[in-house]
Write a protein of this length. Structure first.
Length: 142
């Protein structure tokens, strides 16, 4: 695991508003400390710099791993598609919330929801509870 300097860790967490940049869960609601995640993994040439780092809940980070793309199958043909990149793309362009369900709007959104297993039952239940408590979705602009 790469060491992330404290100052970069603070900047990435602050920029994200303490929110997972994939599923919009608040770090305040999580049981574990969120991860500073390489959007492009080091094994794919990604650097440990602010422009390649994001805040991710442990579940999103674990499911994403070093993946940068997957095959999108909705068109009937397998098309290699990059995952959502929180550094270069806007969440609202690729996803929308339908209650606790994160609905993908684009090919990037669809492969991200699939690879990160964003709508697995336990994640939906957790988001539903935090929604009722008023802390979900976590948005950095709040």
């Amino acid at each position: 695991m790469t060491y992330i300097p404290v100052e970069i860790h603070r900047k990435v967490t602050s920029r994200a508003g303490n929110c997972c940049e994939y599923c919009l869960l608040s770090q305040d609601d999580g049981s574990f400390t969120f991860h500073i995640e390489h959007v492009i993994a080091e094994k794919h040439g990604g650097k440990t710099i602010e422009s390649n780092l994001c805040l991710s809940c442990p579940e999103c980070n674990t499911f994403k791993g070093s993946d940068v793309a997957s095959f999108e199958h909705i068109t009937g043909t397998a098309i290699l598609t990059l995952l959502f990149n929180p550094r270069t793309q806007h969440w609202d362009d690729h996803f929308q919330l339908n209650g606790a369900w994160i609905e993908p709007l684009t090919p990037e959104g669809r492969v991200t929801v699939t690879i990160l297993r964003i709508n697995r039952p336990e994640a939906l239940a957790e988001r539903h509870i935090f929604s009722k408590l008023g802390s979900y979705p976590c948005r950095k602009d709040r």
